[in-house]
Design a protein around this ligand. Structure first.
Ligand SMILES: *Cc1c(COP(=O)(O)O)cnc(C)c1O
Length: 806
């Protein structure tokens, strides 16, 4: 029976709302402090000693071994595994949706600010074990930790007396891909996570519930060791608001499900129906008798309250004052009440929604604020595992506009150095002279009107990550297989795995990445997205890569030209000229093909600031150049697209995989217009392998750069060669002294194919030679040597490999 209070005066509510005092005793604090000292001095040794003393477990290795994982997974019943998988999927879906990319906000012209979520680097999850191993807590903490991308996740859980960890906990850890599980419980586990031992790495933030000792240890870790903790923990609570429509048996079951947690659990029933209250009390009697943990539950009930109030308003006011961890609205119209909830950890609406579903499997997190902390704290979520770092950058315009504001405020606060940090920069800008008007790029304007509202082709795979046991959505042929390889399925249309790996590698977020069937597809789609056929134009800076113009012709898009200077740089007035252009897209290739040089960064920056269309910086060769990628500047320029490719430095031209990096809003448009499955399964597979093998790229690069130096020196020394242009790419542009086309044809007779670029503007007499293998480079040098000798001799019959590719 719950003690009942009928229509208490509001003035007396505060007394009723008092939680049982949980003031932690001095003995607990003292004991915890001694445990910290012991762990600090003896490390793992202390963990073993305390496991023996407190858990009765004699341990050698503290870390759970792969064999223990295997054994554990084998003994978890299939039905429980299936239930856990369903809960996992729900929790993952709910928490994944919390990852909302935030826009870059231009607070004033030229003042851009944004936020990026960066995972807490090292997190420790404490999972209580013993009689009731809380594997559900591991799901609730592990899922958001993985989604947030925390690089190091350590789980501590107390060993059973036989020295093992509960098999279900290990099953869940494996499901989550967590392999660091340490057999340590209680305050000593928290001490180890805060201080670090040989086995347990010190972490930045500790999560998880526990008894008084664990709670006191977390507080000590936070107060004295600079470790973050999830929430102030206390006994669990539920408050049920029930009206005359409530089912007394359901309400009683909910109250008991909380009461069985512990004798100190708080259970509160508010109702405006005296008959319901009587029925609930009777139900409690009946149901309690059949509970295995009835003693615990009865104690909790005796310290709890059932309160009869006048109406819904009073019940809601009471509940908001109490700020329960769990709030159940067992009323006819729960939505109306829910809208007025101001303090609660998690709310359960309607007669069919028990708290238990949120405890395990609906998707919401069960780690929630107790003890009235729901007034100011939220429960654990994806946000608990990240820091949101703010970034900002000012262009010249930004500094000019914001500078006076900051100067005025800094001077008024008497902080002269603050004011000077601004004025010293503005003074220099003044000297630098006139300022560009600034780009007025707008993505909405850029997109072809007919595509602005377009719906993408959608497949069921866009909504479903991974493969279900039975996939009957795409008319694939489930009977086929090729040479042992399994290509029956359409590939992931969103290429999530590659994007994730690339995001890591390039330090961008996955929604800034578009993958094309070669950069060529990205080029084509960028044109199709922005240019109305027969109407719009793009700008090229010749000599440059030929595909830009081909793509324009294919799409019936006009080409405007802004030729490079004789030394292959952007003309000095490029930014000014382009500021007045109505063209939709400008292509800048840097390092440029076929000239091999990087374009000057300042000139590119001025153009990005002045051109109103998209600026596509093609970095197909960027890996060979000793200059930072423009990817690092994406946040500054909403009109910037950076193209890279797996075809060059990665040595994977056969994969046909190109990458466009840009603002998420632009990328999502590309995803709408792309062919649904544009990256083949085999390409995805191999690209992932390559991405996992960073040393391979470094080795390839080093070898090519060595060869480029050698080839460049050799060619420069040949009489036939007038000039070897400096190169930041994996090819060399050379000017020959005789007719370039003739030399090009003569080389073919040696079985050597190079690229004749002599008809390109500014490239008269020029051939483009790719840096090949040492042997290939030796051959091209030898051939050019011979061709350069006075009488071109008839060469030996060509002996070249049967599979010859250019
Ligand atoms: C080779 C090259 C590419 C690569 O295109 P893919 O379609 O990715 O192979 C892109 N841009 C330039 C300038 C190139 O030279």
């Amino acid at each position: 029976m719950i003690p009942t209070f009928s229509y208490p005066a509001p003035a007396t509510w505060a007394g009723l709302q008092q939680r049982a005092a949980t003031a932690e005793t001095a003995t607990v604090a003292g004991r915890v402090r001694r445990i910290f000292e012991q762990v600090q001095q003896q490390g793992d040794q202390a963990l073993r000693a305390l496991a023996l003393e407190l858990d009765g477990a004699s341990l050698t290795a503290l870390q759970v071994s792969p064999a223990e994982f295997d054994e554990a997974v084998a003994v978890v019943p299939a039905a429980l595994q299936a239930a856990i998988r369903q809960a996992y999927a729900n929790i993952k879906a709910f928490h994944a949706a919390q990852n909302q990319p935030e826009p870059v906000v231009e607070t004033m012209p030229g003042v851009r600010c944004w936020r990026r979520a960066v995972p807490v680097q090292r997190v420790g999850l404490y999972i209580p074990g013993g009689t009731a191993p809380l594997f559900s807590t591991l799901l609730m903490l592990g899922v958001p930790a993985r989604l947030a991308g925390c690089p190091e996740v350590v789980v501590c859980s107390p060993p059973q007396a036989d020295g093992r960890i509960s098999p279900v906990i290990l099953f869940v850890a494996r499901l989550l891909g967590i392999d660091q599980v340490v057999k340590a419980g209680g305050a000593q586990a928290i001490a180890a996570l805060a201080l670090g031992t040989d086995t347990v790495p010190a972490v930045d933030k500790i999560f998880g519930p526990g008894n008084r000792y664990v709670t006191a240890a977390k507080q000590l870790a936070a107060a004295e060791y600079g470790v973050g903790i999830d929430l102030p923990a206390g006994p669990s609570e539920v408050l049920v608001i029930a009206d005359a429509t409530a089912n007394a048996a359901f309400v009683a079951a909910d109250l008991l499900s909380q009461a069985e947690h512990g004798a100190d659990s708080q259970v509160v029933l508010l109702t405006d129906s005296a008959p319901l209250l009587d029925r609930v009390q009777a139900e409690l009697q009946t149901q309690l008798a059949t509970l295995p943990r009835q003693e615990v539950a009865a104690q909790a009930l005796a310290a709890s309250r059932a309160i009869l109030l006048r109406d819904a308003d009073q019940m809601l006011t009471y509940s908001n004052q109490y700020a329960p961890e769990h709030l159940i609205l067992a009323v006819a119209e729960p939505e109306t009440l829910a809208a007025r909830v101001t303090n609660a950890g998690s709310v359960f609406l309607g007669h069919l929604t028990p708290e238990a579903v949120g405890d395990y499997a609906s998707g919401t997190n069960h780690t929630l604020p107790t003890g009235g902390y729901a007034r100011q704290y939220s429960g654990v979520s994806l946000d608990s595992f990240v820091k949101k770092i703010t970034f900002q950058t000012l262009s010249r315009t930004g500094l000019q506009q914001l500078g006076p504001v900051v100067e005025a405020m800094a001077e008024a606060e008497g902080l002269a150095a603050h004011a000077r940090a601004v004025s010293i920069r503005r003074a220099q800008l003044g000297e630098a002279g006139q300022e560009s008007a600034g780009s007025s790029f707008s993505l909405e304007q850029l997109i072809r009107p007919s595509l602005r509202q377009m719906q993408p082709y959608s497949s069921a795979r866009d909504e479903f990550e991974g493969l279900a046991p039975v996939m009957l959505d795409a008319n694939e042929n489930s009977l086929a297989s090729v040479g042992g390889a399994d290509f029956r399925r359409y590939p992931d249309p969103q290429q999530r795995a590659i994007k994730q790996a690339l995001a890591q590698l390039k330090q961008v977020s996955a929604d800034q990445i578009f993958l094309g069937n070669g950069s060529d597809e990205a080029i084509d789609l960028l044109l199709r997205l922005s240019c109305t056929p027969g109407q719009d134009a793009i700008v090229l800076c010749p000599p440059t890569y030929g595909m830009y113009e081909v793509a324009a012709r294919l799409n019936d898009v006009r080409v405007e030209r802004l030729p490079l200077t004789p030394d292959f740089q952007l003309p000095a007035d490029a930014a000014r000229l382009l500021a007045g252009s109505r063209a939709k897209v400008l292509f800048l290739c840097s390092p440029n093909n076929p000239t091999g040089n990087l374009l000057a960064r300042e000139a590119m920056e001025d153009i990005l600031n002045s051109f109103n269309g998209l600026v596509v910086v093609d970095e197909a060769y960027a890996d060979y150049a000793d200059a930072p990628s423009w990817i690092t500047r994406l946040h500054e320029f909403p009109n910037l697209v950076v193209l890279q490719t797996f075809s060059k430095a990665w040595g994977l031209a056969g994969l046909r995989l190109g990458v466009a990096y840009a603002a998420p809003a632009l990328i999502s448009y590309l995803n709408i217009i792309k062919p649904p499955y544009n990256i083949s399964a085999s390409t995805q597979q191999l690209a992932l392998q390559a991405l996992a093998d960073a040393p391979r790229l470094a080795a390839l690069l080093a070898a090519t750069l060595r060869e480029r130096t050698w080839l460049s020196e050799q060619l420069a020394a040949l009489p036939l060669i007038e000039h070897v242009f400096p190169s930041d790419a994996n090819f060399l542009l050379v000017r020959v002294r005789t007719d370039a086309t003739a030399v090009y044809q003569q080389l073919q007779q040696y079985g050597i194919v190079v690229r004749n670029r002599s008809t390109q503007p500014g490239c008269a007499g020029c051939l483009r030679i790719t840096v090949g293998t040492a042997e290939e480079n030796r051959q091209v040098v030898a051939a050019l040597q011979q061709i350069g000798e006075v009488k071109p001799a008839v060469p030996e019959p060509a002996t070249f490999p049967s599979e010859y590719k250019n």
